[in-house]
Design a protein around this ligand. Structure first.
Ligand SMILES: Cc1cc2nc3c(=O)[nH]c(=O)nc-3n(C[C@H](O)[C@H](O)[C@H](O)COP(=O)(O)OP(=O)(O)OC[C@H]3O[C@@H](n4cnc5c(N)ncnc54)[C@H](O)[C@@H]3O)c2cc1C
Length: 311
């Protein structure tokens, strides 16, 4: 039997969430707690459950859209950033920053995570949304995920049970489930070559992603259907199969540079909506609906949000 040692008075109250998100919007959480260890993370969740307080976990806050009204419940920021390296395995807390995980893996001469250079957020957030780029994603490197289930039990999930697929995992359909830590499986590599690869990937990111307040790609790449009416180059017809890049669709729809309140559709990458620092969640929500409508009207494609709404 796990003993809870925390009390509701350990939580801060009425904390504005915008500073805990990369896009910089969002009202207050009724309760707020930063968990520095796995035990603190478990305790905070179990305390919330005991007091019947709804809760949600934040990692880096780089893929969330918090409403202007905020969250009526407890926001727990996972900051449990411990790690241990055993051979080609790394066990790490969900709160470890992905860039730190990459750094320690390379220092240990382990290869696998180079694609993630410059990708913001925590390991827990990356697992939740199966974050990835350059055709790779975190799920490919996971051997086991330790989870606190809504029942209060701790359970280990195999990669199959995690259900990793394009920008998704089964955890997205398991409300109340908390990723506590994970075991990654990497391979021996050449440190100098890994550093070169990381430099190249970080440079690509710096050149292709706008360096302003955003939540990265707002939409998942669209699923191609036969009914889609996509722009074609008469000289070089494109054969579409599975996914259509949303940045390209937004560009083709002439939406780059579109403004709404403090938000602009980035000129650099159409799937990034940039906050000039004055934007509100309401404006962002409205811009998202307008883009969805435009893409539907022009190309008969439905856009799905990658960003997670809170509150
Ligand atoms: C500039 C920029 C570039 C980006 N580029 C990419 C990219 O190339 N590829 C990509 O895939 N993404 C990208 N993103 C999006 C984002 O960085 C990733 O999705 C990242 O993995 C989110 O991690 P996070 O810790 O910030 O999650 P958060 O935003 O804190 O949370 C996201 C979701 O995960 C849940 N969650 C977080 N931690 C836990 C946990 N421990 N247990 C249970 N649930 C949890 C939250 O409740 C929320 O629903 C980018 C974002 C930005 C701002």
């Amino acid at each position: 039997m796990y003993l809870i040692v925390m009390n509701i008075t350990d939580f801060k109250t009425d904390v504005k969430l915008a500073p805990y998100t990369s896009i910089g919007v969002g009202g207050p959480a009724d309760y707020f707690y930063e968990a520095k260890t796995a035990d603190e993370l478990k305790d905070a969740v179990l305390t919330a459950k005991e007091k019947n307080i709804p809760y949600i976990i934040f990692g880096g806050g780089t893929n969330v859209l918090v409403s202007d009204d905020g969250f009526r419940g407890l926001v727990i920021v996972a900051r449990n950033n411990n790690y241990e390296i055993n051979g080609e395995n790394i066990d790490a807390g969900a709160g470890i920053v992905l860039g730190v995980l990459l750094g320690v893996s390379v220092k240990a001469g382990l290869q696998g995570l180079e694609w993630s250079a410059g990708l913001p957020g925590s390991l827990g957030g990356a697992i939740y949304g199966n974050a990835g780029t350059f055709g790779k994603s975190i799920g490919q490197f996971i051997e086991e995920v330790t989870v606190l289930e809504p029942s209060g039990d701790i359970r280990k999930y195999t990669p199959d049970e995690c259900g990793f697929r394009y920008r998704q995992s089964n955890f997205q359909n398991m409300p109340g489930t908390v990723i506590i830590s994970a075991k990654l499986k990497l391979q021996q590599g050449n440190v100098e070559r890994l550093k070169e690869e990381i430099k190249k990937n970080a440079l690509w990111r710096a050149q292709n992603h706008p360096p302003y307040k955003s939540c990265g790609c707002v939409f998942r790449n669209a699923t191609f259907t036969k009914e889609a009416r996509l722009p074609q180059d008469e000289n070089e017809p494109v054969q579409w199969f599975d996914k259509v890049p949303v940045g390209w669709l937004i560009d083709q729809a002439g939406l780059k540079g579109k403004k709404l309140g403090g938000f602009t559709v980035s000129d650099v990458h159409g799937n990034f909506l940039i906050n000039d620092g004055t934007g509100t969640a309401e404006q962002l929500e409205q811009l998202i609906s307008e883009i969805k409508k435009d893409i539907k009207d022009k190309f008969n494609l439905d856009l799905e949000e990658e960003v997670r709404r809170v509150g």
